[in-house]
Write a protein that binds this ligand. Structure first.
Ligand code: 5RP
Length: 292
């Protein structure tokens, strides 16, 4: 039992001392297997060490939400600009051509929708992930949710066992517990739980103090975009996360619900891979938007 009356917040994150990446270009991977390193290399750009993942897994919870009505029409044309595609098996099989050579991060938990109690998820079969030749598997952890925290952590640990067996990296997706404050203390805890349980990648949300979240997480951190924002604000979010040490984004709504999704993908890539400022990336977005 944790000593709940004496939990001291960390305050020494060694922000000026980067993690050792001398043996492999991504942090936390020194002791990973060849197969995990190889798959991580497909996802994370070798030059920038970062990734722009395109998330379109939302439908398994919320159905054909805006921008995902027709994944064959909405997402497939964006695939070439993404470093990695993150979605569910049914939509990838039916809507993404098998000739696709972009790495796949497969959403590997399922079981609830927005119509009922969320987060009572189970894992799909690993045979599907292996058969689909995926580069990573993702599952959500509902940290702070009294009903589902334990089961989602157990799911996640099992998925890491499977991932280690077949050398497939596992990404922990931090869901937001309804009673938790969305601050760096919470996201730092949730991200760390993912890493402690063996995640090779952590997906979480940007917040003030994000540099501490990233520093305390020994593997690459990518951010979700969250609800649709005006394009400039979304680019500012990406920029701030990257400046705090994030290794990229796994972004959905702020791309596919944009008025110009392809232009937005390219603008996000400029921030993530080329350190473009939000203003520069927004200029790029406007230029490309008007060309389309
Ligand atoms: C919450 C998630 C979803 O998988 C989704 O990918 C979020 O993407 P965005 O917030 O950028 O639309 O992370 O389970």
């Amino acid at each position: 039992m944790a000593d709940l009356d004496d939990i001291r917040d960390g305050d020494n994150f060694g922000l000026n001392t980067p993690a050792d990446t001398s043996a492999f270009y991504l942090k936390g991977m020194n002791s990973a297997s060849w197969g995990i390193k190889n798959r991580m290399s497909r996802i994370f750009n070798r030059d920038s060490g970062r990734t722009v993942m395109l998330a379109f897994d939302h439908g398994f919870l919320m159905g054909p939400t805006s921008g995902l009505e027709r994944i064959d029409l909405n997402i497939a044309p964006l695939a070439e600009e993404a470093d990695c595609l993150m979605g569910c098996r049914g939509m990838i099989r039916t809507c993404i051509p098998a000739e696709n050579t972009k790495p796949i991060c497969l959403r590997t938990d399922s079981g609830t929708t927005i119509l009922t109690e969320m987060n009572h998820n189970v894992l799909i079969s690993e045979q599907d992930a292996i058969g689909m030749n995926v580069s990573a598997m993702a599952a959500m952890l509902a940290i702070g949710d009294a009903d589902t925290e334990a089961s989602t952590i157990a799911n996640f640990s099992r998925l890491v066992d499977i991932g280690n067996k077949y050398s497939i990296p596992v990404m922990g997706v931090t869901a937001v517990g309804k009673d938790m404050t969305r601050d760096s203390r919470y996201f730092g805890l949730a991200s760390r739980v993912c890493a402690e349980n063996g995640a090779s990648i952590v997906k979480t949300y940007y917040t003030e103090g994000f540099e501490n979240v990233v520093a305390a997480c020994p593997v690459p951190v990518v951010i979700a975009g969250g609800k649709k924002l005006p394009e400039l604000e979304a680019l500012e979010l990406c920029y701030k996360a990257i400046q705090c040490g994030a290794s990229g984004v796994d972004m959905g709504r702020n791309v596919f619900q944009s008025e110009a999704p392809l232009a937005m993908m390219k603008a996000v890539k400029a921030v993530v891979h080329n350190n473009a400022t939000p203003a520069e990336a927004f200029d790029l977005f406007n230029t490309l938007k008007n060309e389309n």
